[in-house]
Design a protein around this ligand. Structure first.
Ligand SMILES: [Zn+2]
Length: 500
């Protein structure tokens, strides 16, 4: 029997027992925002915690209403009576589980939003790079991101000085591994004159020396506007203070963090660079130490060598199912075999096909084209698969990744690994799996589940043909509306009606 045919589902008769006053008291004890409600004498904010989504499509069944209370879906049925809550009229649009980006870097994204783009396609050559850097707004530090050698070769201090000499300038390679600084920046950072201006894997060190003027509120809103209700921050140097900062900075998302050995939970993030791999004993000890502390590991692997090295070592250390391989960018038959044997999850970034695919086609040997950012190949091998954007190194919009996982299209419209294409439903599932289990079964919209929801502006049968963040009409996190696309839903009286 389908949900629509069932009698109205509800969570006991609890909500009916609430008088409006009791409900107020209950909600006040729950959220600080409701104190404001009481003080202002308005029920507006109270209504936020109590939500009724009208005329929506739930798991393919249209014409349903979804009631959310205290952060959960408590009732799904036809034409539910409003009980004084905020009402969103979905106008037939599908309601999906809110998206969870399983791999991003929140503070780096916030910083990138205040940064100058220094790479293709916006900046194709040296002249364009010099122009955007010279035109950078403000008068202090200039922060450039997304640089690639195709623009102006390998950067160093002297090269940057010829572009900008009068302001401290730092430019990040798009891999995230390397920063290049000019002389003014080198002096501000206390680097000696012998420095060539290349800073390899010095993110944390830089972060302590350059003040972070970032707009985190805009960043959490940006994610909400894409239907993102949660993310996993994959920054390797996250420590307990950083995790507290993340939770405070991203109130519109559920935050999961991996990080370094100082964390007591979340995966231990291990970075590998194939030209300076750690000793196998040291890596095995690190992995085993994390497991002994009850933490999985998440190993960054973007080359074939890194993947084989990581998995061979992990097999020796004793892999646990929660262990993850981040990226697995190049996975050939040997890599697949090791992944399957280890039984670990891959968190992939299909958006790189859509963002960098043409460069991969030009630079990666043709024999490896079908091994890049695979999709169906992982599933066929029984490897649990989740998705992340790796923003700001990729675009923050998970719908670009979902679409790319389906189309496998490069920016120039060429196919990259067409055999790896996923169905729209499977591609969506990369971002709807549980936060702590990226390769698990997708979350569902049903009674008792967290009210983390992504409301589309049309039924899924149509949305699947035009996958885009522009389909997101509203986002709900723990039962609170965190985003409404202007003009997407009935507003004013209709979205706030309390017809009781
Ligand atoms: Zn990353």
């Amino acid at each position: 029997m389908r949900d629509a045919d069932k009698p109205c589902l509800r969570e006991g008769s609890e909500s009916a027992q609430f008088t409006r006053g009791l409900a107020v008291a209950w909600e006040v004890s729950l959220t600080r925002s409701c104190y404001t409600t009481l003080e202002s004498g308005s029920f507006e904010l109270l209504a936020v915690a109590m939500l009724l989504i009208r005329n929506t499509e739930v798991e393919g069944v249209s014409g349903l209403d979804v009631r959310c209370r205290r952060g959960r879906v408590v009732e799904i049925g036809r034409i539910l009576a409003a009980e004084g809550e905020r009402v969103l009229d979905a106008d037939g649009g599908a309601v999906l589980p809110g998206l969870h980006d399983h791999h991003l870097h929140f503070f780096a994204l916030a910083a990138a939003q205040r940064s100058v783009r220094c790479g293709p396609p916006e900046v194709p050559d040296a002249a364009a790079l010099e122009a955007v850097l010279r035109d950078a707004p403000g008068d202090g530090w200039i922060r450039g991101v997304g640089y690639h050698e195709s623009v102006a070769g390998r950067l160093d201090r002297a090269r940057l000085d010829r572009m900008v000499a009068d302001r401290p300038l730092r430019v990040q390679h798009r891999s995230g591994k390397m920063w290049f600084v000019n002389t003014a920046a080198a002096q501000a950072l206390g680097l000696g004159p012998e420095s060539n201006g290349r800073l390899f894997r010095r993110d944390r060190w830089l972060g302590t020396r350059v003040d972070g003027d970032v707009d985190v509120a805009a960043t959490t809103r940006l994610l909400a506007s894409c239907g993102v209700t949660g993310f996993t921050d994959a920054t390797p140097h996250n420590d307990p203070a950083a995790v507290r900062d993340l939770v405070a900075a991203a109130p519109l998302q559920h935050v999961v963090a991996m990080g370094d050995e100082s964390l007591s939970e979340g995966a231990l993030k291990i970075m590998l660079d194939d030209f300076e791999l750690p000793g196998i004993d040291a890596l095995r000890t690190r992995m085993a130490g994390a497991h002994a502390a009850g933490r999985p590991v998440a190993v960054h692997c973007v080359t074939r060598t890194e993947l084989v090295f990581a998995l061979s070592t992990l097999l020796e250390a004793g892999a646990v199912p929660e262990d993850r391989i981040e990226h697995a960018s190049v996975a050939d038959a040997a890599g697949m075999e090791l992944l399957a044997r280890a039984g670990v999850t891959v968190v992939t970034q299909p958006n790189f096909v859509a963002e960098r695919g043409d460069r991969y086609l030009a630079e990666v040997p043709a024999s490896d084209h079908s091994h890049l950012y695979r999709g169906q190949g992982f599933l066929d091998a029984g490897i649990p698969l989740g998705g992340g954007t790796d923003t700001p190194f990729g675009d923050a919009d998970p719908w670009l990744a979902i679409r790319a996982a389906v189309t496998r299209e490069t920016p120039a419209g060429k196919a990259l690994g067409a055999g790896e294409a996923l169905t729209p439903e499977r591609a969506l599932a990369l971002f709807t799996t549980p936060p702590e289990e990226p390769g698990g079964a997708p979350r569902r919209v049903r009674v008792g589940e967290a009210a983390d929801l992504c409301l589309l502006d049309r039924p899924w049968s149509r949305a699947r043909l035009s996958l885009s963040r522009h389909r997101v009409a509203a986002t709900v996190r723990a039962g609170e509306v965190t985003h409404v696309r202007p003009g997407a839903l009935a507003t004013g009286a209709k979205s706030h009606e309390t017809d009781g």
